[in-house]
Design a protein around this ligand. Structure first.
Ligand code: G3P
Ligand code: MG
Length: 354
C-alpha cells in the first residue's frame, strides 16, 4: 500500500495528545488553503513524511466518500491524508446501516449523495436528482433552471426495477438523508415535503441531517447559509402545510458522540504513528487515554460548543479565519484559546506538548 508508517520503537516517547481540525474556515476556504495550513500540517509528520502526531479532520461538510475527500485534501494541502483521518458530517450515518440497509432511501445534498451512502453499505439508495427524474412535472419550475436542463436530459443511473421498494406514488421511501448542503433548495423542499407526508395517517418517514450549521465560511468573503439554514426553511414550510410538526434527527458537531468517535479514531491513529504506542499483544489498543485532545475550529456554536461539551481532555482553539472574526473570545461559547490562524494553533500545541 502507499501508507508508510514508520517502525515503532517501544522506547519512543508516547504522544499523549491528538488534534482534530475543522476544515471550512480553518484549513480551507473553498479549495484554497488558509492560515498557512499546509505548513502547519507538515509539522505533524517526520522528515520521511510519516505521521508523527495523531490528527484527523472533523468537518460538518461532506458530499463525497471519505476516501475521495482524503485524496482531495492530500492534493490541496500537500501531505498524505488517510481516509481514516477524515470524519465528515455524514460519516456517522454508517451507524444507521443496520436499520435501513435494505430499505429504499433517498439522499440529497451537493456532491454524490447516493455514492456516499452506497459506500457505507446502504443497498437501495437513490439520489434526489435521480429520484425526481422518474416523476413528470414534479418540479413546475424545472425548465427555468439552466443547470438542471443538462441533468434532466441525462438518463437516471438506476433502473426502477433494480431498486427494491421504488414506488411512483412517492410513498415507498423509508427514510430521507440530507448528507450535505442541498443544491436546489426549492426542489428539495418540495419533494421532501411530498415524501415525508406521503403516508397518510402513518408516522412520517425518518429524516436525517448530516449537520446543522446555520452558516459556514466558504470561498465568498462573508458567511454562507449552511445545511442548518436549509433545515429551518424545510421545517417552516412543512409545519405550515401539516398539522404535525416535522420530525428530524441531526448528526455532526456539536453532538457529543461525534467527539467521542473522533477520540476513538485518534487512538487508532496514535497506535500507528511514529511516536505512537505499541499495540498490545492481544491486538487491542492500549488502555491509556489522551492527556489532551485539541479541537481547532472557526465556529463557536459548533466546534467550540462541541469540544466544551465533550469536556476533558478536549481543549478548544478558535481561529479568526472563518465564521468567527472578533478580537475578544466568544461570549456564549468561549474557547480555551483564541488565535488568528491554524498555524498559530499548531505552534501553540507543539510548544505546549513537545
Ligand atoms: O458545508 C460545510 C460546513 O457546514 C462546515 O464545514 O469543516 O467548517 O465543519 P466545517
Ligand atoms: Mg468550519
Amino acid at each position: 500500500s502507499s501508507l508508510h508508517f514508520c517502525s515503532i520503537s517501544p522506547h519512543h516517547q508516547r504522544s499523549s495528545f491528538g488534534i482534530a481540525f475543522d476544515i471550512d474556515g480553518v484549513v480551507l476556504r473553498g479549495r484554497i488553503p488558509i492560515g498557512n495550513s499546509p505548513t502547519a500540517l507538515k509539522r505533524l509528520y517526520n522528515d520521511s513524511g510519516n505521521l508523527k502526531i495523531p490528527f484527523l479532520f472533523l468537518t460538518n461538510g461532506g458530499g463525497i466518500p471519505e476516501s475521495r475527500r482524503a485524496f482531495e485534501l492530500s492534493e490541496l494541502l500537500g501531505v498524505k491524508i488517510l481516509p481514516s483521518q477524515v470524519l465528515q458530517g455524514h460519516s456517522s450515518f454508517r451507524s444507521l446501516l443496520e436499520r435501513f440497509e435494505n430499505d429504499f432511501i433517498v439522499a440529497t445534498g451537493r456532491g454524490e449523495p447516493a455514492e456516499v451512502m452506497s459506500e457505507y453499505g446502504f443497498k437501495n439508495v437513490i439520489s434526489m436528482e435521480d429520484y425526481v427524474s422518474y416523476f413528470d412535472n414534479i418540479d413546475p419550475v424545472a425548465h427555468y433552471k439552466g443547470w438542471s436542463r443538462k441533468v434532466a436530459s441525462k438518463k437516471p443511473t438506476y433502473s426502477t426495477k433494480s431498486i427494491q421498494g421504488f414506488d411512483d406514488s412517492l410513498s415507498g421511501v423509508k427514510a430521507a438523508f440530507v448528507i450535505s448542503d442541498p443544491v436546489d433548495w426549492g426542489r428539495d423542499i418540495q419533494v421532501l415535503c411530498d415524501i415525508l407526508s406521503s403516508k397518510e395517517n402513518e408516522h412520517q418517514p425518518p429524516l436525517y441531517f448530516a449537520a446543522d450549521d446555520l452558516q459556514y465560511q466558504a470561498a465568498f468573503p462573508s458567511k454562507r447559509l449552511g445545511i442548518g439554514a436549509f433545515r429551518i426553511a424545510l421545517e417552516s414550510v412543512f409545519n405550515r402545510i401539516h398539522s404535525k410538526p416535522l420530525e428530524c434527527t441531526v448528526f455532526g458537531k456539536p453532538k457529543l458522540f461525534v467527539f467521542r468517535n473522533a477520540e476513538v479514531i485518534l487512538r487508532h491513529l496514535r497506535a500507528f504513528s511514529c511516536d505512537g504506542d505499541v499495540t498490545r499483544e492481544d491486538g487491542h489498543l492500549p488502555l491509556y487515554g489522551f492527556k489532551a485532545l485539541y479541537m481547532i475550529g472557526d465556529n463557536p456554536s459548533v466546534d467550540i460548543k462541541g469540544a466544551s461539551q465533550a469536556g476533558s481532555p478536549w481543549f478548544s482553539i478558535l481561529t479568526r479565519t472563518g465564521v468567527f472574526r472578533q478580537r475578544e473570545n466568544h461570549a456564549e461559547y468561549p474557547a480555551d484559546l483564541v488565535v488568528d490562524t491554524v498555524e498559530q494553533a499548531v505552534e501553540y500545541i507543539l510548544e505546549r506538548e513537545c
